[in-house]
Design a protein around this ligand. Structure first.
Ligand SMILES: NC(=O)c1ccc[n+]([C@@H]2O[C@H](COP(=O)([O-])OP(=O)(O)OC[C@H]3O[C@@H](n4cnc5c(N)ncnc54)[C@H](OP(=O)(O)O)[C@@H]3O)[C@@H](O)[C@H]2O)c1
Length: 334
């Protein structure tokens, strides 16, 4: 079978290799990978990024949809032909997130999914409903679950702020609208603003034209600020987010899209009056809930572009360009 590895931790270092098809052991599934979705994290693990992979030369990517082709001994809950998606944290099956449950992170300390076949424990996948295509299913394990987690509990009469139009933010917009909340989104261009409005954003602010966008958010919320901020920008955006959140609101710390930004001021942090919550994707029940909600509410994951398996490097380059809107996917096989 064909797999990709980062022979060097650079985009140019992504190369195809031949490898034997693995065999499933007791309790495991042999999967034919159908589609893989990329995340900012896959770039952050490269040279110059903020994450340091533990396994050098790992097969990259954390998110995939696949078909069961063979089951190991004692597997009585999956049959060949069923479609599944993988858990982002294959060992976090529920309960509080303890360190040992975060071990085994694809593309970080174990091989990921950019391969034609993969063997995983049967607990590390959930079924993909018929309403969702392979490509759509592949987008769910990380970005969708994180967004689902970040907007959980919001509802009518509340406003959610999303930042940019990457994978997590677009899912957060879709879920928040489905839950009846109002959404204010920021983005970098008029064309992306139009697409965010088409997905239901009630107001969109261009953060390049309006660097102090928190003032506009306040004006759009009668001076109160928003109940929920899905904070994906990190140092670049946290200062504005703290000014944009309501006293009774919550800033969900999801990620970072760069290191530049003013240092966080303790008094500003405390003065915001809001709660801060860190996320780390989610556990298995959260993935199951997110998948079911996406299918039953008729939410179509927004896929910017699907690349062929032999174009995988171009897919990474497209993600790195920041031109995408929503998710970038690689199709594996026909
Ligand atoms: N903690 C967790 O559980 C978790 C889970 C998933 C992801 N994350 C993290 O969340 C972050 C986003 O991930 P992703 O995969 O959604 O990224 P992504 O798809 O690569 O999104 C990047 C987009 O962010 C926008 N952006 C860039 N700089 C910005 C800025 N200064 N202000 C506002 N928007 C900006 C751009 O959209 P526009 O052109 O529209 O501005 C860009 O296209 C990453 O740090 C990732 O590691 C964390």
């Amino acid at each position: 079978m064909q797999i990709y590895r980062f022979d060097t931790p650079t985009l140019a270092g992504l190369r195809r290799h031949e490898a034997p098809i693995p065999r499933p052991q007791r309790g495991e599934l042999l999967l034919r990978v159908r589609a893989v979705a990329l995340n900012y994290r896959d770039l952050a693990l490269l040279e110059g990024g903020l994450l340091q992979p533990r396994l050098k030369g790992a097969v990259p990517t954390s998110d995939a949809a696949a078909e069961v082709v063979e089951v190991g001994e004692e597997v009585d809950d999956f049959t060949p032909g069923e479609r599944v998606i993988g858990l982002f944290h294959p060992r976090w099956l529920g309960g509080p997130k303890r360190r040992e449950r975060a071990i085994g992170s694809y593309g970080y300390d174990r091989d990921g999914w950019l391969a034609e076949y993969k063997v995983v424990p049967r607990e590390a996948v959930v079924r993909l409903p018929a309403e969702l295509s392979d490509e759509q299913g592949a987008t769910l394990p990380c970005a969708a679950v994180t967004a689902w987690n970040a907007v959980s509990g919001v509802g009518p009469g509340q406003t959610v702020l999303t930042l940019g139009s990457g994978g997590v933010s677009v899912f957060a917009l879709q879920y928040a609208k489905a839950m009846g909340a109002r959404v204010i989104a920021t983005t970098s261009s008029a064309a992306k603003a139009e697409r965010l409005r088409a997905l239901g954003a009630d107001a969109v602010i261009n953060y390049r034209e309006v660097p102090a966008w928190a003032e506009q958010v306040k004006a759009l919320t009668a001076g109160q600020g928003v109940e929920r901020v899905v904070e994906v920008g990190g140092p670049a955006t946290i200062g504005q987010s703290l000014q944009a959140v309501a006293f009774h609101g919550e800033v969900v710390l999801v990620g970072f899209l760069g290191e530049a930004g003013a240092p966080l001021d303790y008094f500003e942090l405390m003065g915001a009056g809001a709660s801060l919550r860190s996320t780390n994707v989610g556990d298995r029940p959260m993935l199951e809930a997110c998948v079911q909600a996406t299918a039953s509410a008729g939410i179509a994951p927004v896929i910017d572009r699907v690349f062929a398996f032999d174009e995988a490097r171009a897919a990474f380059e497209h993600l790195a360009s920041g031109r995408h809107f929503g998710k970038v996917v690689v199709r594996v096989g026909a």
